[in-house]
Design a protein around this ligand. Sequence first.
Ligand SMILES: [Zn+2]
Length: 420
Amino acid sequence: MRTCCVAAGALRVALIAIVASVSAAGQQGGGSAAPPRNASPANAPLESLHDLFIRFPLPPGQDAYADIEGTHLHRYVVEQADISRRYRDQGHPKFWGRIIGTSADVEDVAWMIERFKAAGLTDVHTQSFDLVPQWFPQSWSVTIASGGRTISLESAQPDYGAVATPSEGVDLDAVYVGLGSEADFAGRDVSGKAVLVFTMLGAPNENAVRRADAKGAAAILEVNMLPGNARYQAYPSGTKAPAFTIGHDDGVAARDVIAATPPGQSARVKVSLHTNRVSNLKTAQIWGTLPGATDETIYIMAHRDGWFDASGDNAGGVASMLGLAEHFAKVPRAQRRRTIIFVALDGHHNSGEGSAVGNKWMAENRQRLFARTALAINVEHPSTVQTQSRPRYYNANEIVWGNTYMPQQWYAGGPSRRAT
Ligand SMILES: [Zn+2]
């Protein structure tokens, strides 16, 4: 699935698409008294969001784990999101996050070291990696026009690694292909044109983006069917044509422009995308240890990087790792049957660059690293509250506030795992 992320090597436990919590059009409306009925949790006062969460009581006899507590760990999520937001506010308004190789990565490494030390881990150190030149979109714009009306699609976000346009951009006929199935394309010539298609980003769909590319589209605009106007950073499309995701509201407006185009004319789409490759960047993994009574090991890992706030993927994972570190650091060493090794992995959202170097290093060295390992946990977006998942979690045509936790895949079974 194109919009999946990949966790550490053989320890992959979950797949999820990434969605940014940029507020939707109309959700920041100039001080009106009544809150919008489908305001996203990101826009809500934090306390009220907490109030929505289900309180899971500890099972009888498990009181020793009461210190692994959600409200406390949530502070670590906020601190990581703040790192992302500082990077955003330092001149990266549209492509931001804890992106490896950036100053946000550097700040996150320092934060991680501090947190590991504060948790009581020993031998806290970094493992540095050189990155291959990294893709960064510098600037872009997408507009659609017909009959003297021009709309700027502000929510447009280039898929990771998207090919740039010529510096002057491209000016193309627009073609609307509905949901992008073969039937939707029937009778429509999309060659050399800008294709507008509606999809459920991150969920199974009609493979419309690749279909448009195979049919010769010159640009592909994939409209997110989630209500609102979210900016969505997709994984690489693998297309020859530059592909963008478009927020739902912008997508509907673009579709309306096409619908209003007089017969015999075409709406025109102008696309420009300037990118570059930045060399000599570095990233790092941070290690920490809780020595135990034996040399048997337990590994607890989580990747640090992510797009936008990256709260669900994967600040929550990092926070959970810290919660485990803090808890077991308080257990006397003699009662820690195994040595626990914590690894803050570098990242994977640049997986399209073939350079998820830390993950790769872990996989390549697995025989040595895990020779005495009883358990390895890769903490990958745990406890994500419903933000983006499969359509059955939506209510009609709006996102509802929810305290429903997303289903995730967990696996414990060592080499018995079936190859799929
Ligand atoms: Zn992830």
